[in-house]
Design a protein around this ligand. Structure first.
Ligand SMILES: [Cu+2]
Length: 275
């Protein structure tokens, strides 16, 4: 056999083996969930990881990939006092070895529901959470509101209630409908509403304390939708107007100019005086 042909046959065999391994079916229920350690993460906090928090189901494997140029660790525990809780650690004591080097990965399979906070032992300012829900499906989903051709995703987290619809009352409020009562956490995009100051079910105020404002400017609010209620009306300092403010201002100025010109014309005058 000619050596070139031999190489070609060898490559084809390797390729066939790779394709076979790729197409091997994975178990129907367990999933792989990807999280990135983001570039520049050593100087970041809760945005050091993406997504964060990350949602998984019991049996899922979460894999972190280090997209930063520096090494990091994925260590379970609360980062504020930098104490490992021993649940998982990419870089166990005593030598913190191995570190997750640039482009390296670390995986953990989660077998029980709960919230799992974690941090980086080299940079305890880097804080993340894995939220593991039961096998009934993701606990966090979204509902989309539209206005003026734009759509706004509202993410919600609830084990009891499903958001069925969201509508924007331009410049006033956002209404979210649910299938039934229960505890709900909503994250509302800044482009839709900011400065959330009221969440009402009928006449009942549900908002307690201030909403959490996230790094991207979105607001996260938690409330309990009372029995018998299926909708909340959310108000804030600003709710997206039908038209952008600048467009409205230009439109207003144009109307004023037309009216002004019409009056001048009626008096037999142009903009530059009598013709
Ligand atoms: Cu780090």
């Amino acid at each position: 056999m000619n050596s070139k042909i031999a190489v070609a046959v060898g490559l084809a065999a390797v390729l066939a083996a790779m394709l076979t391994s790729i197409s091997t079916p994975t178990p129907a229920f367990a999933a792989n969930v990807a999280v990135e350690i983001t570039p520049g993460s050593s100087s970041k906090t809760t945005d050091a990881f993406s997504p964060n928090p990350v949602n998984a189901k019991v049996g899922d494997t979460v894999t972190w990939t280090n997209k930063d140029s520096q090494p990091h660790t994925i260590t379970s525990g609360s980062g504020t006092n930098a104490t490992p809780d021993g649940k998982f650690n990419s870089s166990p004591p005593p030598n913190m070895s191995p570190l997750i080097v640039s482009q390296g990965t670390f995986s953990v399979k989660f077998n029980a529901t709960g919230d799992y906070p974690y941090y980086c032992e080299l940079h305890p300012n880097m804080l993340g959470t894995v939220k593991v829900g039961d096998g009934g499906g993701p606990t966090e989903t979204k509902v989309t509101a539209t206005l003026g051709g734009n759509s706004y995703d509202i993410t919600y987290n609830s084990t009891t209630s499903k958001a069925t619809e969201a509508t924007i009352q331009s410049g006033q409020s956002v209404t979210v409908n649910f299938d039934k009562a229960g505890q709900v956490e909503l994250t509302l995009p800044k482009t839709m509403i900011s400065g959330v100051n009221s969440i009402k079910a009928g006449n009942q105020e549900l908002l307690q304390g201030n909403p959490t404002v996230n790094a991207d400017g979105s607001s996260t609010v938690k409330f309990t939708l009372p029995e018998g209620s299926t909708a909340v009306v959310i108000k804030g300092a600003t709710v997206i107007p039908e038209f952008p403010v600048i467009a409205a201002a230009i439109l207003g100025a144009s109307i004023a100019a037309i009216i002004g010109y019409t009056r001048l014309a009626r008096n037999g005058e142009g903009f530059f005086g009598r013709a």
